[in-house]
Design a protein around this ligand. Structure first.
Ligand SMILES: [Zn+2]
Length: 599
């Protein structure tokens, strides 16, 4: 018995060992195959990105029919290639196998390629889908408003959004003229694309369903890797709402003084066209009306920039110097060669500022119709923040060459601009001469920040709330525009200057809506950028909690390699780890929260 028992045990042990070895060998050969597949896949994706990004750049920077045709052709080729990659993926049975991989890094990359995306549509539908987005973006990019006005000593009658309309909305104080411009822009954009947008929604939902999502909203939220992302952002907004309400009440009172009590009610919403911005998403355009202590020296440097002969190039160089000073990577030679800084004469292009990764060595570019003013100086830092992210993660596999989440990508440049905007820094670079260090000057500066950062929050939140509701069918073509204004009223507390109808589509007067770019990333960015800023200020020793002389809003991280290195350590990770890990590495904290913003 004894012998036998031993024999059985031995046999079992042997068998176990033997099976273990087989499983291990199979597993390791599966891991090996997976690794090989990802090398192949990353190379294929890179080629795809190279070809289609270049064609898109060519079209968006010069909106001609032949460029459009070339881009469509490239999109078709890319779609065919995507389908081919998907067929291979399925044929090699990766959809069934990848979840059993041992290496978490392999699983993460496979998860990224485990959905087919838009190329799951039939070729005809995909062409239609891409055509609609291109059409809507082109309508937006080429829209003109007829209104004669003198700008920089010249009479102009066909106004583009950038720079003419944007400038005019800040400068003009006549209620009726502002109404006219506000309505005309919506007639030239949203109203034109309304029918196309409804079809776009159907097709987006079809893409979502083909990729196992409930609808387009769920598909868009997936990138945040959260159980209930909609609830996460709702909680952040609830925390911030009281701050916004105070600011709203203050602005309302100031606007009543300017436009009269018949135009602005004591407790009601603010008319959207009086905020100095086409979408009322920032109120810095009417800063002169809202500055609490107008007798203090101005902290806006637009006039100084003009007086000192600033050019768009000089603005880009100033921004580049700041990145360099933090020991971050400066812009590459090909950046300076290919970047478009000014609207070229006699060329139609999409002027909305954007940063491009051409997926080819260090070929990164910005396209922007820069105007010499402080707002655009900040925008340049924002766009360069994207380029810096590209630079830092370019050694990652292509699948990881993206932000930890899209909000992080938007927050990089902004978090640096929080230093650049400080009066202390602007004095250092010679754009301000006199800087007061008393409470009134501080409050003016904090108000300036609030008018762009706090004012933006409800807007950044509602755009995708609105689109998620459209995708889920809660909002339909019957109440498309009405629900837009319900959200604008509920979150921003604003109203249209004239009656709107279901002929209009006012959300379509915003670039990201027609260009199919998700927007909640900006809301996330406007919260998390303050966490980034604080982390850098701790590294640069420019901030000490409770010490008024080293308050967070006065912190300037200029020339601090420690601050820059801390930021870079997170940027280098790209999307290789879930964003809470990236955030923790940089700030010591795993969650996005509003504490710093309220500090
Ligand atoms: Zn951006």
């Amino acid at each position: 018995m004894m012998e036998r028992a031993t024999a059985v045990v031995l046999l079992l042990v042997f068998l176990c060992h033997c099976m273990g070895a087989t499983i291990e060998r199979d597993a390791s050969s599966l891991e090996e195959k997976a690794r090989e597949y990802l090398v192949y896949r990353n190379a294929q994706e890179k080629q795809l990105a190279q070809d289609s990004n270049l064609a898109s750049w060519n079209y968006e920077s010069n909106l001609t029919d032949s460029n459009r045709e070339a881009m469509m052709k490239e999109q078709e080729k890319a779609a065919e290639k995507s389908r081919e990659l998907w067929r291979e993926f399925v044929a090699e049975k990766w959809p069934e196998k990848w979840r059993s991989l041992q290496d978490p890094d392999l699983r993460r990359q496979f998860n990224f390629v485990s959905k087919q995306g838009a190329s799951a549509l039939t070729p005809e539908k995909l062409t239609e889908y891409e055509g609609i987005v291109t059409d809507m973006t082109t309508t937006y990019g080429t829209a003109k408003v007829h209104h004669c006005v003198e700008l920089d000593g010249e009479e102009v009658c066909e106004l583009s959004l950038d720079p003419e309309l944007s400038q005019l909305l800040e400068r003009e104080k006549d209620y009726d003229t502002l109404t006219k411009l506000w309505v005309a822009w919506r007639n030239a954009t949203g109203k034109v694309v309304r029918q196309q947008y409804l079809r776009y929604v159907e097709l987006t939902n079809e893409v979502a369903k083909l990729n196992d999502f409930e609808d387009g909203g769920e598909m868009w939220r997936e990138t945040y890797e959260s159980e209930d992302f909609a609830a996460d952002v709702a909680a952040l907004w609830e925390d911030l709402r009281p701050l916004y309400l105070q600011l709203h009440a203050y602005a309302r009172r100031k606007l009543r003084e300017q436009y009269g009590e018949d135009k602005i009610s004591k407790k009601g919403p603010i008319p959207a066209h009086l905020t100095g911005n086409m979408w009322a998403q920032s109120w810095t355009g009417i800063e002169s009306l809202l500055t609490p202590y107008p007798n203090k020296p101005s902290i806006d440097v637009t006039d100084a920039m003009k007086k000192q002969g600033y050019t768009p190039l000089k603005m880009f160089q100033l921004s580049n110097d700041f990145f360099k000073g933090l020991n971050l990577t400066e812009m590459s030679p090909s950046f300076w060669e290919n970047t478009i800084m000014e609207r070229p004469k006699n060329t139609e292009l999409v002027c909305h500022a954007s940063a491009w990764d051409m997926a080819s060595h260090r070929d990164f570019r910005i396209k922007m119709c820069t105007d010499v003013n402080m707002g655009d100086l900040i925008t340049i830092h924002h766009e360069m923040g994207h380029i810096e992210y590209y630079e830092q993660y370019r050694h990652q596999p292509l699948l990881y060459q993206t932000g930890a989440n899209p909000g992080f990508h938007e927050a990089v440049g902004d978090s640096l601009a929080l230093s650049v905007m400080t009066p202390k820094h602007l004095k250092k670079v010679g754009l301000l001469h006199k800087v007061d260090n008393d409470a009134h000057a501080d409050i003016n500066f904090l108000m300036k920040i609030a008018l762009s950062k706090v004012v933006f929050l409800p807007f950044g939140y509602l755009i995708d709330m609105y689109r998620w509701d459209i995708f889920s069918g809660k909002i339909t073509s019957d109440n498309l525009n009405c629900e837009w204004w319900n959200k604008r009223f509920e979150f921003q507390g604003i109203k249209p200057p004239v009656k709107r109808s279901e002929e209009d589509f006012d959300a379509g007067a915003k670039y990201h809506v027609v260009a199919s770019v998700p927007y909640i990333r900006y809301f996330v960015s406007y919260v998390v950028q303050f966490q980034f800023h604080k982390a850098m200020c701790e590294k640069s020793k420019q901030y000490a909690r409770g010490n008024h002389k080293q308050a967070l809003h006065n912190c300037d991280n200029d020339q601090s390699a420690d601050a820059g290195n801390a930021l870079a350590s997170m940027l280098k990770m790209g999307a290789s780890k879930p964003w809470p890990e990236a955030l923790e590495k940089f700030t010591g904290n795993k969650t996005i929260n509003v504490d710093v913003l309220r500090e």
